[in-house]
Design a binder for this molecule. Structure first.
Ligand code: ZN
Length: 144
């Protein structure tokens, strides 16, 4: 069985083994910290357990893997070619869970930014840094 893992399944297994400190998340943490911001990690008790929490600003950042969280239109969000229905259902639940967490957070007065794995490449740190600063420095509009 192990010999016949598709590339998608192989990367999925590897991403599981590395656990939650995936490199995209570490990249975002390092970048945000280098910009002078302080944050908490994986704050329990908030919907979806956001990856970075800026409590005094009422803002949270999620760093989403493109494959697991189904980044729309992204080439990393390819679909496995075996057990198609199993994966479709799993992905559907992931996307639904993300949407629910985001809705609940906004309802509770939090502003939410999702950063995708594919945005965290080393060469994209400039634009990503600007995006993070803009997000953190813009006041939350609860009447959106
Ligand atoms: Zn992506």
């Amino acid at each position: 069985m192990v010999d016949h893992l598709t590339p998608q399944l192989r990367s999925l297994v590897m991403s599981r083994i590395r656990g939650r400190d995936t490199s995209p998340e570490l990249a975002v943490r390092r970048l945000t910290h280098s910009l002078g911001y302080h944050f908490r990690l994986h704050k329990k008790g908030l919907p979806g357990t956001p990856d970075l929490v800026f409590a005094s600003r009422s803002k949270v950042i999620f760093v989403h893997g493109c494959f697991w969280h189904r980044h729309a239109g992204c080439k990393r969000a390819s679909s496995p070619t075996s057990r198609i229905e199993y994966w479709a259902e799993k992905f559907r639940r992931n996307v639904e869970r993300d949407a629910e967490a985001e809705r609940a957070l906004r309802y509770l007065g939090w502003d939410v930014l999702v950063i995708w794995q594919c945005e965290t490449k080393a060469r994209n740190m400039g634009p990503l840094g600007l995006k993070i600063v803009e997000f953190l420095e813009t006041a939350v509009n609860h009447f959106d």
